[in-house]
Ligand binder design. Structure first.
Ligand code: SAH
Ligand code: SF4
Ligand code: F3S
Length: 477
């Protein structure tokens, strides 16, 4: 079973189950009799999905129930992404559709949140006449008063970025959750200046959330029956928190340990690791705790040192390979590794593209998110470098990267065949209620017969077969 190819701008080899957790709408029903209804859709990365849960919580306190039915909403919020041009176009198209709805329902309030709001600021009001509200990622606490302004007939904007805001005290309302796994933001913003990337401009400076508030959130999730948390940040390895008096300092390895100790039944995942910052201390902490999953998302972006330098990634090919060697040495061959790759960055030659392919041969990634370069206004690359690789060439290189990845996804999945894997059940398989779907330690989707098992169970499954995106097996009884 191959994953559907969505388009040439965003292609990966995730299964539909994995893909459903990203780039889709997020919303859920909470019928507590509040006066107004919020419908919220999220685009982009997991941080945005996590933020939508914070927004829902803030607005719940302000008198909004959430609804999964856009037609019954009083307030529609799009939590948007600017990472590639295509991501913004998707939102623009959605706004046009929503405008039809607003014509039928003039009191409907339409707001844009997230990275596009931050990037385009009040231009978004002018550009997209149907938008009433523009709110950046650090201004969500202000939503209730901004909505009041809109109710009084004005347009409202708050795109102030903050150096402190982490929403540490907000108790997120879990949207579209399977009740088994949840995302927990541990930091916000990014201080790296990768030349292609818009995130530092849309999310502001990096800041780490209070370690104890993270542990409390994970503890509360365990008490609600959750079995897995994914700690989220653009660069989790640079997590660094200190108590106000400076007596207590927590780095990422220590945070991982704190969360892992909450319960041996709670699986701990994290994303994203930056190759320049991931330490052996983190790898040894992963090794020490069985419930920290053996899976690392370690985006390389390119396999060529000159291109990496232009990208301002601050590591080179050799450094990256050494980090992979350390992962294999400390955590073993079986540790899952995934990457992001960009095809056709400014001035990339054919040989340099070949270096990306040969890095893929070296690492043998389990999974990859693959894109062709899309110039983003205001970034270092847009200001200093020429976007000179023809679209056709970018697409061809991307296809070659995708072909290579399909090959290794299969190789890596075949390694799992014949072995018993501990699977955390997330729900029914997409195709049949007689089959369950869950993930193993390395983040691979495993499908197996339901028998007497249910969502949230850990099941030992003997893997008997695989495809590029999925493992298939039988429970070991
Ligand atoms: N913080 C993460 C990346 C977050 S953005 C990290 O440092 O790895 C997710 C991915 O989008 C990036 O890893 C990159 O592969 C891709 N991306 C970012 N900007 C892009 C651009 N301008 N064009 C194409 N892909 C881009
Ligand atoms: Fe963007 Fe680089 Fe920060 Fe990742 S680390 S969010 S790619 S600037
Ligand atoms: Fe997109 Fe913003 Fe995330 S640009 S990838 S939603 S941080």
């Amino acid at each position: 079973m191959h994953a559907p190819i969505l388009d040439l701008d965003f292609i990966d080899n995730r299964t539909p189950e994995q893909a459903a957790s990203c780039d889709t709408k997020v919303t859920a029903d909470s019928n507590t009799g509040r006066q107004r209804k919020l419908y919220i859709e999220s685009y982009g990365c997991q941080m945005n999905f996590s933020d939508s849960e914070i927004v829902s919580s803030i607005l719940f306190e302000a008198g909004f129930d959430t609804t999964s039915e856009v037609n019954s909403a009083d307030l529609v919020l799009l939590n948007t992404c600017s990472i590639r041009e295509k991501a913004e176009q998707t939102v623009r198209n959605r706004l046009v559709q929503l405008n039809h709805l607003k014509k039928k329902k003039p009191n409907l309030v339409i707001g844009v949140l997230g990275c596009m709001a931050e990037r385009l600021k009040k231009n978004l009001l002018e550009e997209e006449k149907m938008v009433d509200l523009v709110v950046g990622p650090d201004a969500y606490r202000d939503l209730p008063s901004l909505i009041n302004e809109v109710d009084e007939g004005q347009k409202a904007v708050n795109v102030l970025l903050s150096r402190e805001e982490t929403y540490a005290d907000i108790n997120p309302i879990r949207l579209n959750s399977n009740g088994v796994s949840a995302f927990v933001s541990i930091m916000r913003g990014c201080d790296n200046m990768c030349s292609f990337c818009v995130v530092p401009f849309t999310r502001g400076r990096e800041r780490s959330r209070d370690a104890h508030s993270i542990a409390r959130e994970a503890q509360a999730l365990v008490e609600q029956g959750y079995k897995e948390v994914t700690l989220l940040g653009q660069n989790v390895d640079s997590y660094k928190w200190a108590s106000e008096d400076g007596s207590e300092k927590v780095n990422f390895a220590q945070l991982l340990e704190m969360v892992a100790l909450i319960s041996p039944d709670l699986r701990v995942r994290f994303s994203t690791s930056h190759p320049k910052d991931i330490t052996d201390e983190v790898l040894y902490t992963m090794k020490k705790y069985d419930n920290i999953c053996n899976y690392i998302h370690l985006p390389a972006q390119s396999g060529n040192s000159r291109v990496l330098k232009l990208m301002n990634r601050t590591y080179d090919r050799e450094w990256y390979m050494e980090r992979v060697d350390s992962i294999r040495r400390i955590l073993g061959e079986e540790c899952g590794i995934s990457t992001d790759m960009i095809a056709g960055f400014c001035s990339e030659t054919e040989e340099e593209h070949q270096d990306t392919l040969s890095l893929m041969d070296y690492v043998q990634y389990d999974l990859a998110y693959m894109f062709f370069y899309s110039e983003r206004p205001g970034t270092l690359a847009a200001r200093k470098l020429e976007d000179d690789i023809p679209l056709e060439t970018k697409k061809r290189r991307l296809e070659e990267i995708i072909d290579k990845q399909r090959q290794y996804s299969l190789v890596r999945n075949q390694l799992a065949v014949g072995k018993v894997h501990r699977v955390l059940v997330e729900g029914f398989s997409k195709r049949s209620d007689e089959m369950l779907s869950g993930r193993n330690d390395q983040n691979k989707v495993v499908i197996f017969p339901r028998m007497h098992f249910k969502k949230g169970d850990y099941v030992d499954v003997l893997v008997t077969d695989c495809s590029v995106g999925t493992l298939f097996g039988e429970p070991v009884l």
